[in-house]
Ligand binder design. Structure first.
Ligand code: GLU
Length: 290
């Protein structure tokens, strides 16, 4: 008999601001899923998008997680430490004729609009992005909460893996980092569900194993908008962590008992790890605050 491989999960926030209730919710879900299976829970700071990074946000995120008892295993990884590794992987795809240079405008790139550079001769002296060629093979995967999903990546167009400003795209970096860190369970927000087939497509091209996926609901405000930095969601208050953990356990549909409310954070987390039941969130895509 082989031993079951260790569960390796992760939380990968971008340092574009402090954690809000929605991001802490995802962090807590991935922490509970890992810890309930005696797994490792890693922390990675996705800091590639320099123009969007906010100075000091990474330190604040670490402080917040610690205040909420969400202690990570191993040293924190920063994506910016891996640029040379991304270059090597990009070269491999290029050698396999899977990439092409694209000189579309920033606006076209941002909107994922159709681009015709695939069939053009591009002057490489001019700034260009790289897109990966997609084909019409169907990508299917079973999300642990959202069920079986299948997509045809060609319908989603050839996507950018390195931007014109030389920044590696999230889709590409995340696949490599998860692989290098040995991540075999990805628990993240439902808003990233549509990124998953793109990431699986890249895993296939690069010959990497596919982690298990669980996309947990997003938290929406009274107007139905996802809590996010764009909707100016308030940073979480570090002063009363036990109140917030209790609220989050409710939003994770874990039915925490009333008397847990006043217990210290660590006791609440211990209860939640031993009672973790992600199935309560089956087919759930959003949770309202009110
Ligand atoms: N860094 C990404 C974000 O903050 C999440 C990455 C992931 O979980 O795949 O939205």
């Amino acid at each position: 008999m082989f031993d079951k491989p260790t569960y390796i999960g992760r939380f990968a926030p971008s340092p574009t601001g402090p954690l809000h209730l929605g991001s802490l919710y995802t962090a807590l879900a991935s922490f509970l899923d890992a810890k309930s299976q005696q797994g490792l829970w890693l922390l990675r700071i996705d800091d590639l998008d320099n123009p969007r990074n906010i100075k000091g946000a990474d330190a604040l995120i670490l402080k917040t997680l610690a205040a909420f008892g969400l202690h990570w295993d191993r040293a924190v990884i920063y994506q910016s430490q891996s640029i040379s590794g991304y270059e090597v992987a990009l070269q491999r795809l290029q050698d396999d004729y899977m990439l092409y240079a694209c000189q579309c405008s920033r606006k076209t790139l941002a909107n994922d609009e159709p681009c015709s550079c695939r069939d053009k001769r591009i002057n490489l002296a001019i700034p260009h992005a790289y897109r990966v060629k997609t084909d019409s093979r169907v990508i299917g995967f079973r999300d642990q909460l959202q069920g079986w999903l299948s997509y045809n990546p060609a319908e989603q167009l050839d996507f950018v893996i390195k931007r014109k400003d030389q920044i590696f795209a999230y889709q590409f970096a995340v696949v490599l980092d998860d692989y290098w860190q040995g991540v075999n369970h990805v628990v993240r927000g439902y808003d990233l569900l549509l990124s998953t087939p793109k990431q699986i497509y890249l895993q296939k091209l690069l010959g990497l194993s596919m982690p298990k996926y669980m996309h947990v609901p997003i938290i929406i405000d009274a107007q139905g908008f996802k809590l996010s930095k764009q909707t100016l969601a308030a940073p979480v208050d570090l002063n009363r962590p036990e109140r917030l953990i209790y609220q989050l356990l409710g939003l994770l549909k874990q039915n925490p008992p009333e008397d847990l409310k006043v217990k210290p954070v660590n006791e609440q987390l211990d209860w939640a790890i031993s009672h973790w039941n992600p199935k309560a969130l089956l087919n759930c895509q959003a949770m309202g605050l009110h």
